[in-house]
Design a protein around this ligand. Structure first.
Ligand SMILES: [Ca+2]
Ligand SMILES: [Ca+2]
Ligand SMILES: [Zn+2]
Length: 466
């Protein structure tokens, strides 16, 4: 009797196990693979959180690519009030390369992709795109900025070994690691939500407008910026690359605002409030505290959980990603898979590679792009390149480089030198629910370094007066 009852039990257990392997697969047949490494000191809960966030993105994105991201918890490195930062590798490619690849992908998917065009009046060929810039004029551009990951999604980056991006979260925030339960305490920040957000930037949800900050010769638009319009720019048959105003996401060449359930996809309009920016980096949806447009909302509240939305997915779709919009997330399964992967996670110090990636990118040093440079910016180009090669030590430097001005970064561990490297990355900031619901301006290190703490407080007061 004992053997008889034992055998079928063992058999059915095996069958159940085998079936589980088939039907409970949490990722689509084709999915993005994340190849993650972690700085020494990252805890197992944190690694599991990052792996869960990666697993969630893999549940949506079906591109057959492997992304190499490095993760670190940092102390006093991010600008004050920022929960996390993304530093993607970024490359500058011709608009025609991007356009050809993106159109090809869209047609394979049976979709129509509307991209802005600037047609050469002499021969009728598409040579770039028109953009409305800060001074109200139209500029013709023939290059575009893509994150390394974005380029991979389009088959334009075949480098399998290099780092594609760096993510850091602030070690001092009151983190909680319970995304899978949906329960985050009123005084805690959800760790996984912020990682999802920073991965989003690395995937290509970036804007270069904050870097240009309204200057006369703005650096080339990012792929996402190609879908940023205003009524004014639409009338001029151009994308809108100015700070301030009202900017919307359009996937039909400016005719309509992309909308889901009557909610309009609007973008944040810039950290430079003196130019009319709303105080948030342009690489985000418009801030909506209680009803965010998606994971790329600029802020996260305590107790809040961020989710990838149809808005986020559409934005990634048009810049080159393929996705399944019907993904049903089994968070408990994804979480257990993440726990398993976390036990064999790669722990490594890769800051030299991070720095190399930044050096090779076309944005982390000023004016290294192929756009026309003026005499004065050529001067700063040579200065910044010298700085890069000789003493741009972003991590663990004991030299504050004149940044010890009380803005929270004068700790000898500078994230970025605001004088030579005005652009350091994209942030997500945290807002405590019990505090004012008006967000603090997400000023960049560059602005803080150049304008000083006085300007910071002034702008903050302006915000609160609204
Ligand atoms: Ca796509
Ligand atoms: Ca793709
Ligand atoms: Zn962000």
């Amino acid at each position: 009797m004992t053997t008889k009852s034992f055998k079928p039990h063992k058999w059915s257990f095996r069958l159940a196990f085998a079936l589980a392997g088939i039907i409970a697969s949490s990722t689509p047949a084709k999915a993005v693979t994340f190849n993650l490494s972690y700085a020494p000191g990252t805890t197992q809960s944190q690694i599991t959180g990052v792996e869960l966030a990666a697993g969630i993105w893999s549940s949506y994105l079906t591109d057959d690519v492997t992304l190499n991201f490095h993760f670190a918890m940092t102390d006093g490195v991010l600008p004050t009030g920022k929960l996390g930062g993304a530093t993607p590798g970024v490359s500058n490619i011709t608009y025609n390369s991007f356009r050809t690849a993106a159109q090809q992908e869209a047609s394979l998917a049976g979709e129509t992709l509307y991209l802005p065009n600037y047609i050469d009046p002499n021969n009728g060929s598409i040579v770039g795109y028109n953009r409305l810039i800060q001074d109200g004029t139209i500029q013709h551009n023939s290059n575009v900025m893509l994150t390394y990951a974005n380029a991979k999604a389009l088959g334009l980056n075949t480098n399998q070994l290099n780092l594609d991006g760096y993510i850091q979260l602030d070690n001092s925030a009151n983190w909680q690691y319970d995304y899978h339960t949906g329960q985050i305490g009123d005084n805690n920040y959800d760790f996984v939500s912020v990682v999802l957000h920073e991965i989003g930037h690395n995937l290509g949800f970036i804007s270069t407008l904050d870097i240009s900050n309204g200057q006369q010769n703005p650096i080339d638009a990012s792929s996402l910026d190609l879908f940023r319009y205003s009524q004014e720019s639409a009338a001029a048959d151009a994308i809108d690359s100015a700070i301030g105003g009202s900017k919307y996401f359009s996937v039909d060449q400016a005719h309509t605002v992309f909308t889901v359930d009557n909610q309009e996809a609007l973008f944040s309009t810039g950290t430079n409030t003196s130019l009319g920016g709303d105080g948030e980096q342009t690489s985000h949806w418009k801030l909506n505290v209680n009803n965010p447009l998606g994971i790329m909302n600029p802020n996260l509240e305590t107790g809040q959980i961020g989710e990838i939305s149809a808005f986020d997915l559409k934005a990634l779709d048009v810049i080159g990603w393929d996705f399944v919009d019907s993904a049903i997330l089994d968070l408990n399964l994804l979480r257990s898979e993440a726990e398993t992967r976390a036990t064999t996670a790669v722990i490594a110090d890769r800051l030299t590679e991070v720095q190399q990636m930044m050096n090779e990118s076309d944005i982390y040093n000023t004016n290294t792009t192929t756009t026309t440079t003026t005499t004065s910016s050529t001067t700063s180009l040579s200065v910044s390149l010298i700085d890069s090669s000789l003493n741009m030590n972003l991590y663990g430097s004991t030299n504050n480089n004149g940044n010890g001005n009380g803005n929270g970064n004068g700790n000898g561990n500078g994230w970025c030198n605001p004088v030579w490297d005005p652009w350091c990355g994209w942030w997500q900031e945290g807002d405590a629910k019990e505090a004012t619901s008006v967000p603090e301006p997400s000023a960049t290190m560059g602005l803080l370094g150049l304008l000083g703490i006085g300007a910071f407080w002034k702008r903050r007061n302006q915000k609160q007066n609204h």
